[in-house]
Design a protein around this ligand. Structure first.
Ligand code: ATP
Length: 321
């Protein structure tokens, strides 16, 4: 191993910079050359490679977003696109690639590694926490804290006006952000993709007679299927006696300084990615299970579903009475 590339892809997540820094410095520590690849798969195809020194990653650990920038790239979804990407890696004598991103980015990495002779290591970077094989993904802790801070503020208004607030959070296919922010903010309910049908969840919330025992309520909704607006409209129509409002938190959930937990997770995963390459591993994702850093085949991380613990689901039901 003489030279590696590192890129960030998919949605940005706080802590990605700490991971870039850790990969870069660990590789330099091993005596390897490192290319930072700008704008994810798109930048790889269009040869946006920059040789990194230890200084390239100075003063970034505390910054949100990604200094390498990120992109979504349709061309990389095609075999021709991935062949172009591979040719660029060969042209620059890159021996292995570290990819920091979510489910889609790691699926792309896996495709590339199966079609061409290039080892890839995945680092789970997404606020959604939807990757199997790791308790937490980089960015999740920071996003969760941001949501909780916002919901605390919304609660002041909800209480003052006796309103039901539907607060929409990110997580199209995974309810970790919604469910856990609901627990942490003391919300009355969460509507998440993993649970029941839409009808069940809303009916359950209303059926519990929230408004009989409380003057205001907060329901956290995952962004899927029309999200908070959809549920608010339904409640307005079916229960016109309620004063209903919607708040869509949107992109502010992605930004901001990474939490200490995300910085530490990203740093440990970045170091572990280089260690995995040094040990001759290929096509694995770095995970953290019960605070132990592990490796698992990327194909498992992208194919298997991450299950939400039952107690996390029940906890909210009990505590919101
Ligand atoms: P987030 O969880 O934050 O959305 P992500 O990594 O899942 O991050 P995607 O938009 O799904 O984000 O994927 C990022 C990029 O990875 C895509 O734009 C595409 O270039 C590539 N990609 C995604 N899925 C595949 C796939 N099945 N095969 C090849 N490339 C893919």
């Amino acid at each position: 191993m003489n030279c590696i590339g590192v890129l960030t892809s998919g949605g940005d997540a706080p802590g990605m910079n700490a991971a870039i820094r850790a990969v870069t410095r660990s590789a330099i520590f091993e005596g390897w050359k490192v290319y930072g690849i700008h704008r994810g798969w798109a930048g790889l195809i269009s040869e946006e490679l920059e040789e990194f020194t230890t200084n390239s990653v100075s003063n970034i650990i505390q910054r949100g977003g990604t200094i390498l920038k990120t992109a979504r790239c349709d061309e990389f979804r095609t075999e021709e696109g991935r062949t172009k990407a591979f040719e660029v890696l060969k042209k620059y004598d890159v021996d292995a690639l570290v990819v920091i991103g979510g489910d889609g980015s790691l699926s792309g990495a896996y495709q590339l590694a199966t079609e061409h002779d290039i080892p890839v290591i995945g680092i789970p970077g997404t606020i959604d926490n939807d990757l199997y094989g790791t308790d937490k993904t980089i960015g999740y802790d920071t996003a969760l804290n941001t949501i909780v801070e916002c919901v605390d503020k919304i609660r002041d208004t909800a209480t003052s006006h006796d309103r039901i607030f539907f607060v929409e959070v990110m997580g199209r296919d995974a309810g970790f952000l919604a469910q856990n922010s609901a627990i942490a903010a003391g919300a009355e309910a969460a509507i998440i993709p993993e649970e029941n049908t839409e009808l069940d969840q809303l009916a359950d919330f209303i059926g519990r007679g929230i408004r009989k025992s409380k003057n205001s309520s907060i329901v956290i909704v995952s962004e899927k299927d029309g999200g908070a607006m959809h549920y608010a409209e339904r409640v307005k129509k079916e229960y016109p006696q309620y004063d209903v409002r919607v708040s869509i938190l949107g992109h502010l959930q992605r930004g901001g300084k990474p939490s200490a937990a995300d910085r530490i997770l990203a740093s440990r995963m970045g170091v572990a990615a280089v260690r995995a390459l040094k040990e001759g591993q290929r096509n694995v994702m770095i995970g953290s299970i019960q605070d132990r850093i592990i490796n698992l085949p990327i194909c498992r991380a992208i194919k298997e579903d991450k299950v939400m613990e039952n107690d996390v689901l029940h906890c909210l039901t009990i505590l919101s009475l």
